[in-house]
Design a protein around this ligand. Structure first.
Ligand SMILES: [Zn+2]
Ligand SMILES: [Zn+2]
Length: 456
């Protein structure tokens, strides 16, 4: 009996992407299966070159194929094609993902995080642009060492600067010391829109946008006009008591941009002489704010005094000192951000969208645009909350117990988040859980879905 491609695909259906919770065949990751006698070659295309589980997935694919009868040799090639979230119009054609880096207030090192995150994404093999939209204090140009006047293309577009393998552009180029006043009021919005569409970014996997600190009109306009895929919020341990950063969460919620998580900057101090780490910045008994908000912690960036001068010289730490604690923290951050963005883009459109959500009956009913009507028991759905308060991020274990949840719990408010999830505020005042469309479909308790699942 000779080997068939279908048998190989069937074997690969057992390989599950740990971020997307689906098998790599139904996700469309398996691009090519070639069989030559007993030799099997497979191409697996991931959504991000930074995929932290790439090696694990490769090993699992090899193992599954090798277990097939008649296989004598296995060759699994892993590639990556970053997918685009662009569902509503190409504001920035050629740009697959727009990532906003935001903070509730200034002084938390937001621009440093944006620059180094962009430089770290370059290291993963992605094409990356960096837009300094911090019109109040543009500093990215200085930090990546860019000088001089922006050049225009023959088509009248602005050509971004290039340094450290990334393209960058600063809105500061539109402002001079005499004109900051223009950035207040409605004029700012028009200029921002114009600027956004006037930069010739070419093809990019990621455009990192360094948003101005705060949550005012300018930030909201930027967020809406750039069609942002996801946002990260930069905080410091000292922000614990403040509600500033949580305003950022509310703002992105209002404009329906998913918040991927929090980056804690100046998280700990690395002593220059001994290399020892000190958590001197977290107030006594203080709890990190992201725990209360239920969004994931994407990274903790240390302070290393020996690296302090780099930013002023225009060199990202990631490029200058790749072996440092700080650079490693940024590379890990880049991997988590890339994985989170690919989860957002994969979830969008995968399961259709809800056309009607009804929480007034005995259970939650969602009518989907493909005609399916899903049903969810309130208590069990509350139990399935996947936020960081309800599930341990590291182990994936639930932190809540079904029996301890109020049997009469109901949604108080349901809002759509981005184009991929519902955010439910429950009567027990828990509101940090996002239920992706994908997940809701998987959790459906309608008689049809229950019967299908039982048959499997
Ligand atoms: Zn939760
Ligand atoms: Zn169903």
């Amino acid at each position: 009996m000779s080997l068939k491609p279908a048998a190989v695909l069937d074997a690969l259906r057992a390989v599950i992407d740990p971020d997307l919770h689906r098998d790599i065949v139904s996700l469309g990751f398996v691009k090519d299966v070639a069989i030559d006698g007993g030799k099997v070659s497979v191409v697996v295309e991931l959504t991000t070159p930074a995929c932290p589980v790439k090696d694990r997935l490769k090993a699992e694919c090899e193992q599954r194929i090798r277990a097939l009868p008649g296989v004598t040799a296995v060759d699994v090639k892993m590639t990556a094609q970053v997918r685009s979230a662009a569902a509503s119009g190409p504001v920035l054609p050629g740009v697959r993902n727009v990532l906003a880096v935001a903070s509730g207030k200034g002084g938390v090192g937001k621009s440093t995080v944006a620059v180094n995150l962009a430089a770290a994404l370059v290291k993963t093999g992605a094409r990356v642009g960096l837009m300094d939209a911090d019109v109040y204090g543009p500093s990215v140009a200085r930090m990546v060492g860019g000088k001089g006047q922006a050049q225009a293309t023959p088509e009248g577009m602005l050509r971004p600067f290039e340094a450290h393998g990334l393209k960058f552009m600063s809105m500061g180029m539109l402002v001079n010391d005499q004109s900051p006043v223009v950035w207040r009021g409605p004029m700012a919005s028009g200029l921002i829109q114009q600027f956004l569409t006037k930069v010739d970014w070419g093809d990019l996997d990621y455009l990192v946008v360094d948003l101005p600190p705060g949550t005012g009109d300018v930030q909201i306009t930027l967020t809406q006009s750039a069609n942002i895929t996801g946002a990260v919020i930069v905080t410091t341990p000292q922000d614990v008591a403040s509600e500033v950063a949580s305003r950022g969460l509310k703002m992105f919620g209002a404009v329906k941009v998913p918040v991927l998580g929090v980056v804690e900057n100046m998280s700990y101090f690395v002593a220059p002489d001994t290399g020892r780490k000190y958590n001197i910045f977290r107030p006594e008994g203080g709890e990190a704010p992201y725990k209360r908000w239920g969004v994931p912690l994407l990274g903790e960036i240390p302070i290393e005094p020996k690296l302090a001068g780099l930013g002023d010289k225009g060199i990202p730490v990631v490029a200058a000192e790749p072996g440092s604690d700080t650079a490693r923290a940024f590379l890990e951050l880049a991997q988590r951000v890339a994985a989170a963005l690919s989860t957002v883009t994969m979830s969008q459109g995968a399961s259709g969208s809800p056309v009607n959500v009804d929480a007034d009956g005995p259970h939650l009913t969602i009518a989907w645009d493909d005609g399916h009507v899903s049903q969810h028991n309130f208590q069990r759905l509350r139990f399935q909350c996947a936020c960081a308060q309800c599930v341990d991020e590291r182990t994936g274990k639930k932190r809540i117990v079904l029996e301890f949840i109020d049997p009469n719990v109901r949604p108080k408010a349901i809002e759509q988040s981005g184009r991929y999830a519902l955010q439910i505020t429950w009567t027990d005042n828990h509101s940090t859980g996002l239920y992706t469309f994908d997940r809701l479909r998987q959790l459906c308790e309608c008689p049809d879905c229950v019967a299908t699942r039982a048959a499997r």
